[in-house]
Design a protein around this ligand. Structure first.
Ligand code: SF4
Length: 337
């Protein structure tokens, strides 16, 4: 790890000013991703701006929903009674991720900003466009079993590692940020980006901007939801495929539906055409299979991850069935008899 300066900010304005004074600095909160990257020599910041003392640690009522401060730890969010009661899919998704120790340290804002997942990104002996633009992508044609099947480019096929963000995509949360140009709101679907020809950028934050909160809308889909995570082992593993599915039903028909996939793209993956297809349809396996077929029709698997296409198709059907039946089956919330 290289030597670095350390400063601590007391307010959001102070943190932004500290960044403007040294645009190569990095903000640090829980450090659960950045410190790893520094140890692997992937990140070499000369200055860290500690933002853990900023007043962003509350969960408050906001416009009928909840405003989750960016420094609320993943554990605090998952165990907050209001989150558990009104947004159980979010609590479930958070508890499906990482370990208890990591969830105690990791922040809400940091979870959004963790870097995409790829062995080669962490291995400085190999080419990687995300780490070193223009050097090439070792994963294309390489070891790519865990990589993306949607939204890839020839420059990068990495996946976003978060569970929490998959639930936030299905809930259509809003990200509030503050930066040198003032404050702005970003729809969750627009927060993370696809790699295109610039895979070094994971999200749409501008230099010096800080996430200040994640706002949850009024409807938390607390009855018909599921977060289904499929992985190589039962814990401490990233998703091969995950599905966050939420539904409102009108009798036996689908009134509103959203579903997002994790482990398959550079960002939580939604297919609006498949969601629109389900609107008004009977909430049956046949409808869900047809929607899943629409999603996977766009998949472009790599040399080693073709299995993800069928896994995603089946996970979508199972996730939607569980959501429709009100029988979520996550590690923390099993209701199947
Ligand atoms: Fe780097 Fe992305 Fe290629 Fe992985 S998939 S080696 S992160 S460019």
């Amino acid at each position: 790890m290289n030597r670095f300066d350390y400063v601590r900010a007391g307010t959001v304005a102070e943190a932004i000013q500290a960044f403007q004074a040294d645009p190569k600095a990095r903000f640090i909160a829980g450090g659960t991703n950045l410190v790893d990257l520094m140890k692997y020599d992937v990140e070499r910041p000369e200055r860290l701006i500690d933002i853990t003392r900023l007043p962003l640690t509350a969960i408050d009522a906001h416009e009928g929903g909840l405003r989750v401060g960016a420094l609320v730890t993943n554990a605090a969010a998952a165990y907050d009674p209001r989150v558990r009661e009104r947004y159980p899919i979010l609590a479930n998704a958070i508890l499906a991720g990482a370990s208890a120790q990591l969830r105690n340290a990791a922040s809400t804002g940091g979870n959004l900003n963790q870097r995409t997942r790829c062995y080669y990104f962490y291995d400085t002996a190999t080419p990687c466009n995300k780490r070193e633009p223009g050097s090439g992508c070792s994963a294309v044609g390489g070891v790519n079993r865990i990589h993306a099947i949607f939204g890839t480019s020839e420059y990068c096929i990495a996946t976003h590692p978060s569970d929490m963000c998959v639930a936030l995509a299905a809930l259509e949360a809003t990200v509030q940020v503050s930066g040198p140009e003032g404050e702005r709101s970003i729809a969750f679907a627009d927060y993370h980006r696809l790699p295109g020809d610039d895979p070094a950028k994971d999200n749409t934050l501008q230099p010096g901007e800080i996430v200040v909160s994640v706002d949850l809308p009024e409807n938390g889909f607390a009855t018909n939801y599921t977060y289904l995570k499929l992985r190589d082992r039962l814990s401490y593993a990233f998703a091969l495929v995950s599905v966050a599915a939420v539904l409102d039903l009108d009798g036996d028909s689908v009134k509103t539906v959203r579903f997002a996939l994790g482990g398959v793209a550079h960002k939580p993956w939604r297919n609006r055409d498949a969601e629109a297809f389900l609107q008004g349809k009977p909430a049956t396996r046949e409808s869900f299979r047809a929607a899943a077929d629409l999603v996977v029709a766009e998949a472009v698997p790599q040399s080693e991850n073709g299995f993800k296409v069928e896994l995603a198709r089946r996970a979508i059907v199972r996730g939607l069935e569980q959501a429709a039946a009100g029988t979520p089956q996550s590690l923390s919330d099993k209701r199947i008899q």
